[in-house]
Each structure stands twice: as C-alpha cells, then as structure tokens.
Ligand binder design. Sequence first.
Ligand code: HEC
Ligand code: HEC
Length: 346
Amino acid sequence: MAWKVGAAVSAALTMGIAVSVAQAPAPQRAAWRAEYRAPESIPFPESNPYSRVKAELGRRLFFDPILSGDRTRSCASCHQPDLAWTDGLRRALGRTGGDMEFHTPSLLNLAWQEGRFGWDGKFRDLEAVAFGPISAPGNMNLSAEEAVRRLSADPGYAAAFAGAFPDPAVTRERIEAALATFERLIVSAPAPFDAWVAGDEGAISEAAKRGFDLFNGRANCAACHSGWSFSDGSFHDVGVGRGEDVGRGRFVPTSQALQYAFKTPGLRELRGRAHFMHDGSLDSLAAVIDLYDRGGIDRPSRSSEIRPLNLSAAEKADILAFLDTLNAGAASSVAVADIPAAAPKP
Ligand code: HEC
Ligand code: HEC
C-alpha cells in the first residue's frame, strides 16, 4: 500500500483536522527516517585512541582556569555544559572586553565530524583546536611553553599525565590529545526524535513529522544538515556573512563557492544555543527559518542548495516543531556520555 498517508489525510479531514499538503508519502518518509539512526559507539582516531584516564585528564583540563594566563578562564567559560556547550552570547567575549570575531559554537557530537574545525575551517582537526584559544592574546593568553611549565610543576597534573601516557612528560601534544579525547565524549542525550527514529510513532507530534518531511523535502535542509548529528562537516555560503567576513574564503581565495562559506553546525539542543550563525546575527530559530525562507543574500558564492522557499506560516511552524524534537529536554539535558561501549578498556 504505497499511499497510506493519503488514507490518513482523508481520515484527518473527516475529523476536521488541518493537514499540510506538504506531507510526504509514507515510503519516502520511512527512507529519510532511516538516515538518522543513532550510532552505537563513539569513534576515536587511531592516532589518539580512547582511554579512560586520558579522558579524565582532558575533562580536568577543560574546566581548569590554569590554562589561561591570569587563571580566570577555562574552556568551559565559553563552552558551558548547561548551554549546550556554548555561552548564550552573540559573539564570544574577548579577554579585555569587546566581541571576538565569532559566535561560540556548541561542542556537541564533534567525534562524528570529519574534516576541518572552526567556523572557517582554520583548525586541521580536533586536536589542533586547543592552542587556538589557549595561546590567543585576546582569549586565554597562555603560551604553550608556559602551559607545559605550569602543568609539570603541579603534582596532581604530573601524576595524571604519568597515568595517561607512557611516560610522565607533559607536552603540548599530550595536552591536545587529552582535551580532544574528553571533547569526543560530549554527545547529545537521546531526544524524542531518536525515539521516533527507533520506531516509537507517538514520540513526536504530527506537526513535527510534517516538519521532518519539509526538512528533508521541499525546504532542502538535509542537503547540508545531514545524518544523526545534522551536519555534513562541510562549508557553504547560506547568504549570511558580508564584507570582509568571508569565512573559508580567507584560506581559499580562488574558490568562488568558498567565499562567505562557514561550517554547517549540527542542530542538536538548539533550545539552549541562541544566538545563531557564525556571527550570532540571528536571535531566534524563527529568524533562522525566515532567513532560509528568503534564501539569504543572493550572490555568486551562495550555495546552489539555497533558494527562496515561500513557506507558509504553518510550514514554518512545522519545521520549528521538528527542530524542537532534537532537544533531549530539561530533565536529561545534555549529557557527557559515559565510557563509550566500543572503546577499549584502559
Ligand atoms: C572566549 C570564549 C572561548 C574559550 C575560552 C574557548 N573557546 Fe572554543 N570556541 C570559541 C569560539 C568563538 C570558537 C569559534 C572559533 C573559530 O571558528 O575560529 C570556538 C571553537 C571551538 C571549537 C571548534 C568547534 C567546531 O565545531 O569546529 C572547539 C573544538 C573548541 N572551541 C574547543 C575549545 C577548547 C578545548 C577550549 C579550551 C582550551 C576552548 N574552546 C576555549 C570560544 C571559546
Ligand atoms: C547549503 C547548506 C545548508 C542548507 C541547505 C541549510 N543549512 Fe542551515 N546552516 C548551514 C550553514 C553553513 C550554517 C552556518 C552559516 C553561518 O554561520 O553563516 C547553518 C546554520 C543553521 C542554523 C544555526 C545553527 C547555529 O548553531 O548557529 C540552523 C538552526 C539551521 N542552519 C537550520 C537549517 C534549516 C531549518 C534549513 C532548511 C530550511 C537549513 N538550515 C538549510 C548550511 C545549510
């Protein structure tokens, strides 16, 4: 029975319930739904395999202001666990006040992200990020040499490094490895959407299901926000940046498609993540949907996947209802996963 939804639509009409014409046929929805199955374990690179002691060391470093010059900032000053690992600000706060260049991105589900890191891809891999903020004079303002010296001089850290690595030396590479191992454990908790993907039909509303159809269908969001973490890890101009704010284009000036291109963010736990976009220029999800509805700034670099959508108010509401199913909710909030099932025991 290929047109099951048709029957549901006429039943709903008989009952006087409004239905969106954008609803996808059941087989199509089922195929899309299968694309979002949650992974069973957290992937770790061969070059920096998981161990519990290394992750614990990384956790400690992440929350410790010892990594800032004047000992006032830690990674968690900006990547706050209860704000989906961002900071609630439009753009990050510089050390001496004033806005930094970018909005603080969430750190959820980075273990699944392949390719480069940072809004403009300035970081080669997750390990390479750490000393960006640590040694930036406008951010944590601590040189790698001083970081190594401080941690070596601290008996607690000296012991933790000795436990996590083959010998007790504290090095820049080991600080990076430990922080990245901890960061790969920052995984979003199962949300209503995941229960629906796993087969619980009642886990999300009919509005959210229509929003899911739009997300994958006419609104084309899944062209870039793909898979379980809702990011393709790639760079696109969706029509936001202006002027000198060229994103990936700064590093690849000859590529037209990479001018004003920024990395596709994942879409989990958006409820705690306002403001939005690399420059924090949009204050609400409704404003984000309006931007896509208009199609952003029309220019040669704009992605061919972006075009004006002419969504109705009901369709916009459906997409918002769908995005809301990606929140695990206040009770479970955002969890740092425990020891991943597939990880080798230390
Ligand atoms: C002042 C606030 C602030 C502090 C402190 C900070 N970050 Fe960030 N973080 C940001 C901003 C802003 C960006 C975006 C930078 C860019 O794209 O160039 C970012 C980007 C990142 C990314 C890339 C995420 C992605 O999706 O590509 C990672 C990983 C990260 N930070 C980890 C850390 C770690 C680890 C620390 C501590 C050593 C730290 N941050 C300290 C604000 C901060
Ligand atoms: C061509 C690829 C592409 C398509 C299609 C696309 N997005 Fe995006 N999305 C991105 C990129 C890239 C960004 C970051 C843009 C920036 O900061 O300038 C983004 C940002 C967002 C954000 C803000 C997240 C944050 O952390 O700031 C949301 C929410 C979002 N998109 C939802 C959607 C929805 C809903 C649709 C469909 C209506 C959609 N996107 C279509 C690539 C895409």
